[in-house]
Design a protein around this ligand. Structure first.
Ligand SMILES: Cc1cc2nc3c(=O)[nH]c(=O)nc-3n(C[C@H](O)[C@H](O)[C@H](O)COP(=O)(O)OP(=O)(O)OC[C@H]3O[C@@H](n4cnc5c(N)ncnc54)[C@H](O)[C@@H]3O)c2cc1C
Ligand code: FES
Ligand code: FES
Length: 479
């Protein structure tokens, strides 16, 4: 049984197929068709809803894509949809702003934009263009054009007034506390089940007892199996309620990130030590996906074009794997064995990721090359981690995504640099070595020739940036 608030109304689901997404639940089970389906793959934002979660004595509101969210993950939370914004016959100020600024034409995308604007308004204390662009990057509109929608964001943020959600916040907090999960919950229908443990030990036990289960974190990858490939997932274990796996702990030596930490929650800490990691997370999918998707899921799906793994490999990060009561620590580069094949054993899961702290001598840069700036997956992702002292390369860790069947270190390239003088001739030798390291594939994102040339040019770019660090060329790169 799971419980959540649909706006302020308590909903209890005893028997529901755990493969049902929030989008289908709203539209097909509740007949609430305000939330739209555009792509069912997290790309268009038409299905955007807002989820409220307890944050001390406040409610924290975040957007997510309801097409990629299973209903089970709403347990203990508040779901707000576009139907909930109008109050006492009056449009909400974000809806009114869309009307006043002519932010809607055919209207198909509008509920999703409205919900993104609602969350933006809730989380801002005034208008900020960059925050607005970030909040809207996961919402596509094919007819209005974005200028009127950005105007609407400005109006909504500048004329923000307390609304019905603010007025009811104390009651909502009390309601959320009353339904806060106390023990492992289960949502099932027939033989389809989703188990929702609260502790790492319970997760380990439940997984050991159900080794065939699929781990569900943000679901931004896993849910595609249901929505795009029309498969059914008979048993899932949701890891998003395990507080110990959502912690970010910083010590003098390392940053320890629980595997179930949302990408949005990793940003601040990683960006402080490694600004390029922050920049990459900024360009990772959309805000909706980052609010949902986790660092553990990005490693767990073992995609050759996953964005975090090359950076983590170059940084020498480790992962802690747990199976039953046993834990082992593995350099993350040893986790990826072959295309979608990992070192993870049956019933083993990633508990946390350990990233070494930045050292003063260390130069770290990362570059994501994709067809669009926002909401796009890499054609090539490169991460360079070097120590150069007195003009000599003391150490080099270099990793790429999109260049092989797995995210992979560039061993020959590193060897060409290690111990060498740091000058253009060596860079050219290291570029040639990249052709030994990788035989990339051609696909719809990029050809193999393009990928190799891009990887080589990113190394040249890295060299130039280190020569003239004031030249900020690294932030964006496009195919
Ligand atoms: C529109 C869109 C855009 C995207 N853009 C990007 C992008 O720019 N860059 C990028 O890298 N990815 C991108 N992705 C892919 C995806 O969002 C990320 O890989 C995300 O980090 C997955 O995390 P999750 O928590 O949602 O994983 P889930 O979907 O919950 O899980 C993914 C896989 O990991 C496994 N898993 C989850 N947690 C664990 C654990 N603790 N231990 C072991 N296995 C585990 C699951 O069983 C599953 O097999 C995008 C996806 C979409 C839909
Ligand atoms: S329907 Fe397009 S993102 Fe969900
Ligand atoms: S108004 Fe038609 S898609 Fe945005």
């Amino acid at each position: 049984m799971i419980q959540f608030l649909l706006n302020r109304e308590l909903r209890t689901e005893h028997a529901l197929d755990p493969n049902v997404t929030v989008l289908n639940y709203l539209r097909e089970h509740l007949g609430k068709s305000g939330t739209k389906e555009g792509c069912a793959s997290g790309d268009c934002g038409a299905c955007t809803v807002v989820v409220g979660e307890l944050d001390g004595e406040r409610v924290r509101y975040r957007t997510l894509n309801s097409c990629l969210t299973f209903v089970s993950s709403l347990h203990g939370k508040q779901l707000i949809t576009v139907e909930d914004l109008k109050h006492q016959g009056q449009l909400h100020s974000v809806q009114q702003a869309m009307v006043d600024c002519h932010g809607s034409q055919c209207g198909f995308c509008t509920p999703g934009f409205v919900m993104s604007l609602f969350a933006l308004q809730k989380n801002s204390s005034g208008f900020d263009k960059a925050d607005t662009m970030e909040a809207l990057a996961g919402n596509l509109c094919r007819c209005t054009g974005y200028r009127p929608i950005i105007d609407a964001a400005e109006q909504a943020c500048c004329r923000k007034q307390p609304d019905q959600f603010d007025a009811a916040e104390a009651q909502t907090v009390a309601q959320l506390k009353a339904i806060a999960p106390q023990d492992t919950a289960e949502l099932n229908s027939g033989d389809k089940r989703c188990l929702l443990p609260l502790t790492v030990a319970d997760l380990a036990d439940i997984y050991a007892a159900n080794p065939e289960a699929r781990l569900l974190a943000g679901g931004t990858d896993l849910a595609l199996e249901v929505t795009q490939f029309h498969r059914e997932l008979p048993v899932m274990i949701y890891v998003g309620h395990i507080e110990a796996m959502k912690r970010v702990d910083v010590t003098a030596e390392s940053i320890e990130i629980g595997a179930a930490t949302a990408l949005s929650d990793c940003y601040e800490t990683l960006a402080q030590d490694y600004p390029d990691f922050g920049e990459l997370l900024h360009r990772f999918a959309s805000l909706q996906i980052r609010n949902q998707g986790t660092l553990g899921g990005n490693i767990g799906n073992a995609s050759p074009i996953g964005d975090a793994p090359p950076l983590l490999i170059a940084l020498g990060a480790q992962i802690v794997l747990r199976k039953g009561s046993e834990s082992r620590t593995l350099p993350i580069e040893d986790y990826f064995l072959d295309y979608k094949v990992t070192a993870r054993q049956e019933a083993e899961f990633i508990e946390k990721i350990i990233v070494p702290r930045h050292q003063a001598s260390q130069a770290f840069r990362a570059y994501k090359v994709s067809k669009r700036l926002d909401d796009d997956i890499s054609a090539v992702c490169a991460a360079f981690n070097l120590v150069v002292e007195d003009g000599v390369v003391q150490s080099a860790r270099i990793a790429f995504g999109g260049m092989a069947a797995i995210p992979k270190r560039a061993a020959a390239c590193e060897a060409a640099l290690q111990g060498s003088a740091w000058y253009p001739g060596v860079i050219e030798r290291a570029c040639a070595a990249l052709a030994e390291d990788f035989t990339p594939l051609s696909d719809f994102r990029a050809s193999k020739e393009y990928r190799l040339l891009t990887a080589q040019n990113l190394l040249r770019k890295f060299f130039l940036e280190l020569q003239a660090p004031e030249v900020e060329t690294r932030v964006t790169a496009y195919v």
